[in-house]
Structure formats: structure tokens, C-alpha cells
Design a protein around this ligand. Structure first.
Ligand SMILES: [Zn+2]
Ligand SMILES: [Zn+2]
Length: 328
């Protein structure tokens, strides 16, 4: 890093990880690096931050000072821009794998999430080759939680950290991170390495029954945790009795993936899954079809799990009804 008016050697006595920016310098929104104009890539962008004004022992709501917004302008360094392009290419290559078991990300949101994961890998000096969608998905699943707050911009928005000051940047890339940030990312990476090599095999439902939604009794995955997840469900909106108490049940990863898209365990999710199971999803209007009254397996009172998803529903009839336009 040539021409810095501040110490950049972390072993020097007057080294400061966070420095006040000379006029016209901007911080990289990723690694925080203080950038003179020639090193700023792309147009500057402004972030709105709210000061965290409340001390932990804040008085009750009335009379509290209102958080004041302040503005910070950021740019991007060459390395972080290159990483952004790499992320965009990977999102194109694995559009469905930019997801965790709880969320799936799309478009620019997917690129942003993946950028953070790639930054995390760069910080711990790892550059694994992603060979398939499964490895990509696992990488998101393991690394994303460990990288949620590593960006310089995440110190400022939406709520600023107490020591986040505009017109500051880092003397070296990522100098704002603490040792335990790196430790967390190294542990997550180790988990990824281990899980990546686990061989997928069938995992039976944890209590020997079926997925509460589709009814299947076993699911092929690397670990039982990747196959089955406990959730709280309301039987009343899943074809069960109205007003029945909330149940804790396990659902398979396929049903969970659709939940990540739809956001609620209810009739819309059942409709989508059952049309998928009946093989009629590709129809242009199938998205709006509502085959009313589909029951989740768990609300049918059955004990024996389904060999295939939604075998408790008359899928052949459903497919015929869709083709004959019964729902249109
Ligand atoms: Zn950067
Ligand atoms: Zn299921």
C-alpha cells in the first residue's frame, strides 16, 4: 500500500487499525481500507446510519433522546470489487444454492450474501474451489452466520456501532475485525470441510413417523440435521381441525426449502408442494391454482409414513383436475 500518510505496519509502535481519512479519501465498504481517489473503484455511495444513543442502563421510553441520523460516504477497493464480480458469477452458476436451511437468496441480495462469505474466506486465507451446488449450499450454511457483521459498512448500517465514525477507514484491509471474528470464521470453515466430505445417506424421521407436511419417512442427506428440522406448526391452517393446539413436529428438507420461499407453514405451501408432487408445476398458471383442502400428512392421523411425498393425497386425480381446468 504505497503513499499512506499513516502507519500501515501492524508491528510498528504508532500503528492504529482505524485511521482518520485525509480529505477526499473514502473507506472501502467491504474491508474498510482507506482509499485515495485513484484507488476508489466505482461511484461513491452514501450510507445512512443511526447513532446508538442508548446506554445499556437507559431510562424508560419517555424522554429518551431520538436517534440522530448521520451520513457516511464509502467506496470500494479493487480486491472487494473483484470479489463482488466473483460472487455474481457464482450466483449465476449456482442460482438455487445461495441459501441456508432457513433462507434462500436471489438476485443482488444473493450476490451480497455470497460476497460476505467469500470475504470471510479471504480473511482466513482460504480459497476453496466450489465444485458443485451442494458444496456451495453447505458453504453458505456454515460460513454465512460467521460473516454476518464483518463488513466495514455493517459497522454503520442500519444502526452504527458506538465507535463507528464517518471519515474513518482502516490502515490495512479488515483491520477493524477482532481476533475472535477470525476464530469464528476458521471454525465455520472447518465445519464446511468436514460436512462437505460426509456422504449423503437416508436418515429416518427422528421419531420414526413421517414429515408432518409431505409424510415421507426418510430423507437422503449428509446428516440427520440436514434432513430433518423441528418446527412449530398450526394444524388448523394445514388441513387439521380449526383451533387445534400448535404442535412441534419434524419436517423434511424439501418442505423446508419451499417454506424458505413462501415464508409460512399454511395452505399456500401445501398447494405448491402438492402440485409439485403431482408433476403439474410446470403449467403456466399452476402458480395460482388452489387445490383447496389439501391436508398435511400430520393432520391425517396416519401412523405409517408415505413412501413418496403426499401419497395420502390423490395426486392422479389432482393432475387430471388441473389438466381439465377444474381449478381455473
Ligand atoms: Zn476492500
Ligand atoms: Zn416433507
Amino acid at each position: 500500500m504505497p503513499n499512506r500518510p499513516f502507519e500501515t505496519d501492524p508491528n510498528a509502535r504508532d500503528y492504529q487499525p482505524i485511521v482518520t481519512l485525509p480529505p477526499e479519501w473514502l473507506p472501502c465498504d467491504g474491508c474498510g481500507l482507506a482509499l485515495p481517489i485513484p484507488e476508489q473503484v466505482g461511484p461513491p455511495r452514501e450510507l445512512t446510519s443511526y447513532e446508538r444513543v442508548l446506554p445499556p442502563d437507559a431510562p424508560p421510553l419517555v424522554g429518551r433522546p431520538r436517534p440522530r441520523p448521520f451520513f457516511t460516504t464509502m467506496s470500494r477497493c479493487t480486491d472487494c470489487s473483484a470479489r463482488s464480480e466473483q460472487a455474481a458469477a457464482l450466483v449465476k452458476q449456482y442460482p438455487r444454492a445461495i441459501a441456508t436451511s432457513e433462507f434462500s437468496f436471489h438476485g443482488s441480495h444473493a450476490v451480497e450474501q455470497l460476497e460476505r462469505v467469500l470475504a470471510g474466506l479471504a480473511i482466513i486465507e482460504q480459497a476453496p474451489t466450489i465444485k458443485n451446488a451442494r458444496a456451495m449450499h453447505l458453504l453458505m450454511e456454515t460460513m454465512l452466520p460467521a460473516t454476518s457483521a464483518i463488513l466495514w459498512s455493517s459497522r454503520f448500517a442500519p444502526v452504527a456501532l458506538r465507535d463507528a465514525k464517518s471519515k474513518t477507514g482502516t490502515a490495512r484491509p479488515w483491520a477493524h475485525l477482532r481476533a475472535d471474528d477470525a476464530t469464528r470464521m476458521r471454525q465455520a470453515y472447518a465445519t464446511w470441510l468436514r460436512r462437505r466430505t460426509e456422504v449423503p445417506r437416508p436418515h429416518p424421521h427422528p421419531d420414526g413417523s413421517g414429515c408432518y407436511i409431505c409424510g415421507i419417512g426418510e430423507y437422503v442427506a449428509e446428516t440427520t440435521g440436514a434432513a430433518w428440522q423441528p418446527v412449530r406448526l398450526n394444524p388448523g391452517v394445514l388441513g387439521g381441525q380449526w383451533g387445534a393446539p400448535v404442535v412441534e413436529a419434524h419436517v423434511c428438507a424439501d418442505c423446508r426449502a419451499v417454506h424458505a420461499d413462501i415464508g409460512a407453514w399454511g395452505p399456500t405451501l401445501l398447494d405448491k408442494l402438492v402440485l409439485q408432487a403431482a408433476g403439474v408445476q410446470p403449467l403456466a398458471d399452476a402458480h395460482d391454482l388452489q387445490p383447496n383442502g389439501v391436508q398435511a400428512w400430520g393432520t391425517t392421523g396416519r401412523k405409517r409414513p408415505n413412501p413418496t411425498p403426499f401419497e395420502h393425497v390423490n395426486l392422479a386425480q389432482l393432475a387430471d383436475d388441473v389438466r381439465s381446468g377444474a381449478f381455473l
